[in-house]
Structure formats: structure tokens, C-alpha cells
Ligand binder design. Structure first.
Ligand code: ARG
Length: 471
């Protein structure tokens, strides 16, 4: 029995019903659907559309439905089209004909938008907490090896000495921006569509500000047509998820390179590695490769939904039913990837000996140039002088720290003094003490700022496990 059966004299085709149905995925919004209906029944009571005893019957019935859903006792039927239909049908089984009054002045269009926003708001809280956990793991790793020198790269070529602490916090800062984007998506979702009905507004004067407060929304959507059509919040969540995925992918790619035995900067814990079915010696970074790979589907979810939405002619169009699966998939993907990466970083063995061994004298070429500058040479000229030192060292087949004073003087008379002590990594690191630099004192300030950022939850106070939180 369809909610909309009145004008039809024939049942829907079986395949068409399956194609039309969203229950297989939107049942995840069951709890939100019940909350929305409970608030709506109370709202109808408050404006005198429903009698107080009717409100009580509906609310008690809805709470029974909620319990059945939560305990897995709810029997979905073949004919249930979506979660809204299923919940209302079951309410009718429990409370009888008065159930038919619940949908007064409401449409599934404002109902689904309300449910979905509540779901997204909860998901943002959980995502924020899971990203913060990975930030913490990175900050802990940074702190444990704060001053351990390592090669820094540009163009994947050895560039300058940095520290592991600097490297690890780099990635934690990227995640900090992701948390801000997640918070922004939550704010976008936190606006009430309920009371907009199908598109023109509800025919009953329900107090929407009261409804918003009751359901935990920050504000009411001002225009009923906008209310049923707006899916920006879903796109914003997908964008935040795609960006997070991109950051996880870049972090993963770097760790994959670092874990390669030819660099050997890190060793992955056995618990976060896999082996080869053929080659007994292999230790594969599958978790990192998967995290890198998942970025593709996260970006795909974003592009997919934006493409679905871009040409819609109406307010609500059924195309919009395609909004939920990409969002659920994005949230599930991050909910699976983030704790694994957190555990991987927590157990990562950082090989300080290998990091130091990888420092090449050429990485201190800029330090020589900086010393010439301190001796009064204009930087462009200093750059040219050191470039010739590099070439001379290449010609002799030695490192730039191995040229003797005579060879250095042949390039520039000021070089023997400028190269004195320039290849010392500790001095090089210490010289980069401007805010944001890799010097120990700058790093300590950075770490303190990172800890503070992590401590301030961007979205409410959620834990990264479980969905028990209220929106
Ligand atoms: N299952 C639908 C969706 O997810 C609910 C809204 C249906 N509204 C309608 N007018 N058919 O979008």
C-alpha cells in the first residue's frame, strides 16, 4: 500500500518499485526520521492542529517504532518505499487511524531534507573526532622525534634539512584545515527545512523556530522552495571529505616512499602491514595504498553529486534521492580509513639513524649562500657562487663539503670562510628560527599551537567511536 495510492488503479511494476525505492540505504536515517516526526507531532499539537491526547498517542507510538528500529526488531516490508513510508506504516500498525494525522502539513520533501541534515550533523561530529585522533598521533610522533633531522624534499629531490617533528606537524596542520571544513559543512546542515512541506510552505502554522530548537538546528531556512531543494550541505560535506581524503593520500604516499627499504626512514608495524603470497621477504604498505586509493572515490562522490544537482528544474526532483549514497559512502570510507591510519602512525617506527644517514652535503648549499649573504654578498650573487661550487664538486666527483680551500678560493675568495661549519645539520636547523621554521625553538612553539588546535574540538564534543551522540 503506497502513501500516494489514491489516484492509481494499478500496482507499481516490481522492477520499477525496486528502482524507485531508497529504503535499502535511507534506513540509516531511521532515528533521525523518528526524531523529526516526534517534533512535528508536538509542533502540530502546539498550534492546535492536533489534540493533546493525539500528540501523546503519536509520540508514544513513534518512540515504540524508534525502539524497534534500534533493537533490530523493526520488520521492513517488501512494499516499503523509503524510511519515511516504513516508519509511518509501522506507526499505523501500532496506534491505528490517528497515525494518518501525522503527515498533516508535511511532505516527504521537507521530511527527507530534515532527516538528512540531522544525519550529516551527527556524521560531522564523528568525522571531526576521527580526524583529531589522527592529528594527535601525528603530533605525538612529531614530539617523540621533534629534532630528528631528515631530508626535506621539493620535486621529490633532496632540498634542505628539516626535522621529523616539522614533517609530522605539516600533515597535522592539513588535517586541522579539514576539521574546519567539516565544521563548516555542519553549520551548512544546521538549518531547518521542516515546515516547508512539498515546496510552497506548510498549510498549518507550526512554529518553525520552536521546531528548529527542538531538533537542534541553529536556524530556520527562510524560503520553503530553497528548503526542499538545497543540498549544499551534502556537497560541502563531500568536499570536506574529499579534501581529507586528498590529505590522507599525500601523507600515505610519503610514508610509502619512506617505508621503502632503499630509504628505510620508517618501519611499519606488523599489525599495519601485509605480506606477499609469493615473495617471502615482502612487507607491503597495503593500508597506506588503500588510503591513497580511497581519495579517488571520495573525489568521485563529490563530483557525482554536484553533477546530479546541477541541472535540476524544480524544487525537489527525484534525482535528489541520489544524494544519500555518496554521503554515506564518504563518511563510511573515512570512518574506516582514519582509525587505521591513526593506529599506523601511533605504531610507526621512525629510524632516526636512517634519517641522518640520508642527509647529503648538497642539502646545505643554501646554508653556504646564507653565510655569504651574512658576509655582505647580495643573495643573487651568492646563489651563483654556490652553484659554481656544486659544479666544481660534481666535476671532481666529491661532495660539496669535500672541496679543499684552494678549489673553493678558485670559485670565490670568500668561500673558505663561508663554508666553515656550514655542513653541520644542527647549525642549519637552528638557523631557521623564524616562525614556522624547522629550528628547535620554532618547533616547540608550533607543537604547542598544534596541541591547542587539537584540543579545541571544531564540532561539539563527540567521540570517534559510536553513533550514540545526539545531533
Ligand atoms: N526517498 C526520497 C528521497 O530520498 C524521499 C522524498 C520523496 N519525495 C517525493 N516527492 N517523492 O529523496
Amino acid at each position: 500500500m503506497k502513501l500516494w495510492g489514491g489516484r492509481f488503479d494499478k500496482a507499481i511494476d516490481g522492477a520499477a518499485h525496486g528502482f524507485n525505492a531508497s529504503l535499502p540505504f535511507d534506513r540509516r536515517m531511521a532515528d533521525e526520521d523518528v526524531s523529526g516526526s516526534v517534533a512535528w507531532a508536538r509542533g502540530l499539537g502546539r498550534c492546535g492542529v492536533l489534540a493533546e491526547d493525539e500528540v501523546s498517542v503519536l509520540v508514544d507510538g513513534m518512540e515504540q517504532v524508534r525502539a524497534e528500529l534500534a533493537e533490530g526488531r523493526f520488520a521492513f516490508l517488501e512494499g516499503d518505499e523509503d524510511i519515511h513510508t516504513a516508519v509511518e506504516r509501522r506507526l499505523g500498525d501500532i496506534v491505528g487511524p490517528v497515525a494518518g494525522k501525522l503527515h498533516t502539513g508535511r511532505s516527504r520533501n521537507d521530511q527527507v531534507a530534515t532527516d538528512f541534515r540531522l544525519w550529516v550533523m551527527r556524521a560531522c561530529g564523528r568525522m571531526d573526532a576521527a580526524v583529531a585522533d589522527l592529528q594527535t598521533a601525528l603530533a605525538d610522533s612529531a614530539e617523540a622525534h621533534l629534532h630528528a633531522p631528515m631530508p626535506g624534499y621539493t620535486h621529490w629531490q633532496p632540498a634542505q634539512a628539516v626535522t621529523w617533528g616539522h614533517w609530522a606537524m605539516w600533515h597535522a596542520w592539513a588535517l586541522e584545515r579539514d576539521r574546519r571544513r567539516i565544521a563548516t559543512a555542519r553549520t551548512a546542515a544546521s538549518a531547518l527545512p521542516l515546515g516547508s512541506a512539498a515546496l510552497a510552505g506548510s498549510g498549518f502554522a507550526v512554529d518553525r523556530a520552536w521546531l528548529a530548537a527542538e531538533l537542534g538546528f541553529e536556524r530556520v531556512i527562510a524560503n520553503s522552495m530553497d528548503a526542499v531543494s538545497d543540498r549544499d550541505f551534502a556537497v560541502e560535506l563531500l568536499f570536506a571529505a574529499a579534501m581529507t581524503g586528498m590529505h590522507l593520500s599525500r601523507l600515505s604516499e610519503q610514508l610509502i616512499l619512506f617505508a621503502n627499504p632503499s630509504l628505510g626512514f620508517v618501519e611499519l608495524d606488523d599489525a599495519y602491514s601485509t605480506g606477499s603470497s609469493l615473495m617471502p621477504q615482502k612487507k607491503n604498505p597495503d593500508m597506506l595504498e588503500l588510503a591513497r586509493g580511497k581519495a579517488g572515490r571520495l573525489v568521485g562522490n563529490l563530483v557525482g553529486l554536484m553533477t546530479t544537482l546541477k541541472g535540476l528544474p524544480s524544487t525537489y526532483d527525484k534525482d535528489m534521492q541520489e544524494d544519500k549514497e555518496p554521503v554515506f559512502d564518504a563518511v563510511d570510507t573515512l570512518a574506516a580509513a582514519l582509525p587505521v591510519l591513526t593506529g599506523l602512525v601511533e605504531t610507526l617506527r621512525v629510524r632516526e639513524d636512517r634519517l641522518i644517514a640520508a642527509l647529503d652535503p648538497a642539502m646545505f648549499a643554501t646554508d653556504v649562500a646564507d653565510r655569504l649573504v651574512r658576509a655582505g654578498v647580495p643573495f643573487r650573487e651568492a646563489h651563483g657562487i654556490v652553484g659554481r661550487v656544486v659544479r666544481a664538486a660534481e666535476e671532481q666527483g666529491v661532495g660539496i663539503d669535500a672541496l679543499d680551500a684552494e678549489a673553493l678560493r678558485a670559485v670565490d675568495a670568500r668561500l673558505p670562510a663561508a663554508t666553515e661549519g656550514a655542513f653541520d645539520w644542527a647549525a642549519s636547523l637552528a638557523s631557521r628560527a623564524a616562525e614556522g621554521g624547522t629550528a628547535p625553538e620554532a618547533l616547540r612553539a608550533q607543537l604547542a599551537a598544534m596541541r591547542e588546535a587539537i584540543g579545541s574540538r571544531q564540532v561539539g564534543s563527540y567521540s570517534s567511536t559510536g553513533w550514540a551522540e545526539s545531533p
